[in-house]
Design a protein around this ligand. Sequence first.
Ligand SMILES: NC(=O)c1ccc[n+]([C@@H]2O[C@H](COP(=O)([O-])OP(=O)(O)OC[C@H]3O[C@@H](n4cnc5c(N)ncnc54)[C@H](OP(=O)(O)O)[C@@H]3O)[C@@H](O)[C@H]2O)c1
Length: 366
Amino acid sequence: MTDRPTASTDTPTPASPTTPTVMSAIVGDRYGGPEVLERRDVPVPNPSATGVLVEVAATSLNALDWHLMTGTPYLVRLMNGLRRPKRTIHGADVAGTVVAVGREVTRHRVGDRVFGETGGGGCSPYLATSEDVLARIPDGVSFDDAAATGVAGLTAIQGLVTHGDVQPGEHVLINGAAGGVGTFAVQIAKALGATVTAVCSTGNVAMVSDLGADEVVDYRTADFTDGGRRFDVMFDGVGSRTPAENVSVLAPGSRYVAVSGPKSNPWLDPMRYVARMAWAAKRNGIRFHQFTASPNHDDLVRLGELLADGSVVPAIDRVITLDGVPEAMAQIGGGHTPAKIVVHPRWVGPASADDPGTAAGEAGSR
Ligand SMILES: NC(=O)c1ccc[n+]([C@@H]2O[C@H](COP(=O)([O-])OP(=O)(O)OC[C@H]3O[C@@H](n4cnc5c(N)ncnc54)[C@H](OP(=O)(O)O)[C@@H]3O)[C@@H](O)[C@H]2O)c1
């Protein structure tokens, strides 16, 4: 028997007797590129008193995972360990089934289908996490769709609703519309009743248009700052334009929501861009918002409702196994991943009829 690590120093809650004690996970225990990732056997964790153990059906990869893997921008290391990452298993998103609960858990029970944003651990078959970062998956919503939603969906909904305060009839510009966050932002802005202009590259125009954008600007052949248009909200998932260019498309009283920024300098970026953008917004009477998305339970519930009523259908580029994670992470590092990459962590190797990841996913039938 291998001792299980616990998610906190609380007295551990035993997992069910049918839960294995060892699992195969993708582990990265030093900062670096995808070459630091390796598949290794690790102990299945026990949940803390306020935590749950989730049997992971699916996770999805985000730019966040790239930042945590590489330790860049260096600001990341203040939270995730200066020399070595505290979180060694990536996959901040999770969708799966609760198989054990801590004695103080009130929200979830064994057998619940849950999804959320855990900060890491999804690239493994079992994950111990706080109950607060999870919500129930509504009936009819698949594990894959729920897994794709965590970080990207929370960032989009918090950017557009909490910070952007998007109202029906407003005109929203989404820069970076083809990415994980952007594909959710387009659909959530439409669900809020906004008119959406979305910016992406040539190869993603059709996909973004299918998501419901009213207008798609191909930034390789056109420029959204041309034509003198003014938007009520700019949701910026890239930071590809200068602050002066951004404010040129925003009327006084409008909102600029910064989700990202250039990252060429790991010491100073994206904060120097954010600071310049904040100053430009202030000088032009534009409300500036920059935030880090958080796994708020109410927002997860709202996202679940949008998935359940079909207002949001996660754009999933592909579903991969744990073996495909290093290559997928390299693609994410390149900054042009279309939509979401979902990972099934409970099997390794080619897809097969008895793939347990697929069997788990059938509960929601993608
Ligand atoms: N603040 C937060 O809490 C928070 C949360 C999540 C993510 N983020 C940040 O937000 C950014 C997006 O995250 P993500 O997970 O969506 O990343 P992602 O899935 O890797 O998507 C990045 C997207 O950016 C697009 N893009 C690249 N250059 C562009 C340009 N010049 N103009 C317009 N679009 C461009 C790419 O589309 P094309 O191939 O079409 O160019 C790509 O699909 C990342 O920088 C991430 O770190 C922040």
